[in-house]
Design a protein around this ligand. Structure first.
Ligand SMILES: [Zn+2]
Length: 303
């Protein structure tokens, strides 16, 4: 018995060792491809500044990261990615795999492809992919990490600026249809009630600012309204906005001015009417302990 258990452990060990060796080999290959992409310029006489080298690395990086992600997924979930049979979640019948379907996804690492088995139950007319569930893939191209990042930008910035910063920080276009849908969904869900911090939280933030001498800190309420395209920009970076609708995005930011810093209190931005803006602003006002601050209202949103 003892020997059988030991053998089993050593078989498991050997499988793990093989998996590890394969993973290492694939990683080395990814690095080799990365080296190949840069090597010629680096060893030639070509003049390169720091910026040129940085750019060359940036240009080759997405492919390297995609390969790393794909191989890591393959190593972690090889079993489910080569699955031939799966149970239909509706009728519980065993279904044979229809295809290995590639899916393009985007994460903070950049674009990548996940090729996973896809199953189709003819009697239920139901298609499904168990791997998507195991991986927690979003049905959108942009995965949860990017959705979260995008929504964080959108929570504090008008759409166009949020989209610019999103592109700069991820190298991915934010303005695809899916992100717009997500934003629309998000905008519907983000009532002022949910977005503006509670009275207790606002007071806590105010208390972190002492103000000059004995004077109460200045509370700035900056409102802004800008015509924001509500349709996506074309795929190319320099393309003009498509012939979409232009609606006014209104919003405000409330912040305190300390000696040398700005303390964010609350912000709200929405494509909506002036009434909605007024409503949100008065909700925020009702949560501010008025005796602790000196209010100041400015019309332009730039701090
Ligand atoms: Zn079925």
């Amino acid at each position: 018995m003892m020997n059988a258990a030991l053998d089993l452990a050593s078989v498991e060990d050997r499988i793990q060792q093989r998996l590890l060796a394969r993973y290492r080999e694939m990683m080395h290959k990814a690095i080799d491809d990365f080296v190949d992409a840069l090597a010629e310029d680096l060893v030639s006489e070509k003049k390169m500044t720091l910026m040129d080298i940085t750019q060359a690395i940036s240009k080759a990086k997405p492919e390297l990261l995609a390969a790393i992600l794909q191989e890591s997924i393959q190593t972690k979930h090889g079993g489910i990615l080569s699955q031939d049979l799966a149970e239909c979640p509706i009728c519980k019948k065993k279904i044979r795999r229809s295809v290995h379907a590639p899916r393009t996804i985007e994460t903070v690492l950049g674009p990548a492809t996940v090729t996973r088995p896809y199953f189709y139950c003819a009697s239920c007319k139901h298609g499904f992919s168990p791997a998507d569930e195991v991986l927690g893939l979003s049905s959108r191209k942009k995965q949860h990490d990017l959705q979260k990042l995008g929504l964080e930008f959108l929570a504090d910035l008008p759409f166009e600026r949020a989209s610019e910063l999103f592109f700069k920080s991820t190298g991915l276009s934010f303005s695809d249809h899916q992100m717009h849908d997500l934003f629309a969904q998000f905008a519907e869900e983000t009532t002022a009630e949910a977005v503006i911090p509670s009275a207790a939280e606002i007071e806590r933030r105010i208390d972190t600012v002492k103000g000059k001498g004995r004077r109460r800190p200045v509370l700035v309420a900056a409102t802004d309204g800008a015509h924001t395209p509500t349709r996506p920009r074309g795929e190319g970076r320099d393309e003009k906005w498509g012939p979409g609708e232009y609606k006014e995005a209104k919003g405000f930011r409330l912040y305190l001015i300390d000696d040398d810093r700005i303390v964010h209190i609350a912000s709200w931005h929405q494509v909506g009417s002036a009434e909605e803006l007024t409503e949100a602003l008065s909700l925020a006002a009702s949560r501010i302990p008025q005796k602790k601050v000196r209010p100041c209202l400015v019309g332009d949103g730039a701090p």
